[in-house]
Design a protein. Sequence first.
Length: 94
Amino acid sequence: MKHFMNTYIGEAKVYGTVNKSNDQDTHWVAEIAIPLKELAAKGVPFDENNPWSILIARYNYGNNLRDIQYSTFPRLPVINYHLIEYYAPIKIVK
C-alpha cells in the first residue's frame, strides 16, 4: 500500500469497544500531526496567502445497524465527500 505522506503521527481513542457489534460506542477521538512541509508538497504552500480547508468523515457499518451511519465535520447537506465548498476553513495563526 502506498502512503500519501511519509511522516505523520496519529492516535485514536474509542469510548466503547472495538469490533464488538452487539454494543454501542459513545464516541471517539482522533489526533493527527502532519508535517506542514509534507502537506505543501502535495498542494499549495500552507500559509496565510493560500486557503486550506478540511473535512473529517466517518463511515460506520455493522451487523447490528440497519443502515450505514455517516458522520462528518463540518456537516454536509448530503453525503458526498466531494462537496469541497462545505469543508471547514483552516485558520493559520502565528
